[in-house]
Design a binder for this molecule. Structure first.
Ligand code: SF4
Length: 188
């Protein structure tokens, strides 16, 4: 029964404040897109009219981390880029969530090289992994819905405003390997 029908019959509804807070949070996720490669195109398609991420209240892409609460990493991340990604994550407001979209963001994908991070979860906490190369927009939408389910169940303490960690993250252990050949610029 919808809320309109209940209000017509009873004239009032009762609920818990925590449920209302989680409901508003889940219904107005503001994504921070960190799109570095082809997965980013699918991310754009997800927000466009055909798949219409607005149906899930998550279409307001912000390009400022301080206005975002959902980081979507879409594409491969180079070792040199990782400090930037970490900085963006740290600047985002609490509570915040992270989607790793596609094989490259989650595992490095086919780019098993010294220059590409073999999974962003070695450096930032990831809540939901969306598989695929690239994932279809429907899959990303399922990922967003998974985040919404997490928000519903997280039970964020109102006092601290910080979410309960999912403990999915492995400790950062990645050590960039040295250059395979000596690179000297300016020598003939
Ligand atoms: S997972 Fe596939 S589609 Fe996505 S960035 Fe990597 S190569 Fe491109």
């Amino acid at each position: 029964m919808g809320i309109e029908a209940v209000l017509q019959q009873e004239g009032f509804v009762t609920t818990k404040l925590q449920k209302v807070v989680n409901w508003t949070r889940r219904s107005s996720l503001w994504p921070m897109p960190f799109a570095t490669a082809c997965c980013g195109i699918e991310l754009m398609a997800t927000a466009a009219s055909r798949y219409d991420l607005a149906r899930f209240g998550a279409e307001v892409m912000r390009f400022s981390p301080r206005q975002s609460d959902l980081l979507i990493v879409a594409g491969r991340v180079a070792v040199k880029m990782m400090p930037v990604l970490q900085r963006i994550y740290e600047q985002m407001t609490e509570p915040k969530w992270v989607i790793s979209m596609g094989a490259c963001a989650s595992t490095g994908g086919v780019f098993d090289t010294y220059a590409v991070v073999q999974g962003v979860d070695q450096f930032i906490p990831v809540d939901v992994y969306v598989p695929g190369c690239p994932p279809r927009p429907e899959q990303l939408i399922e990922g967003v819905m998974a985040i919404q389910r997490i928000v519903d169940e997280d039970g964020i303490p109102p006092a601290s405003g910080k979410r309960v960690p999912l403990d999915l993250v492995v400790e950062p252990t990645y050590q960039p390997r040295p250059q395979p050949v000596d690179v000297t610029i300016g020598q003939s």
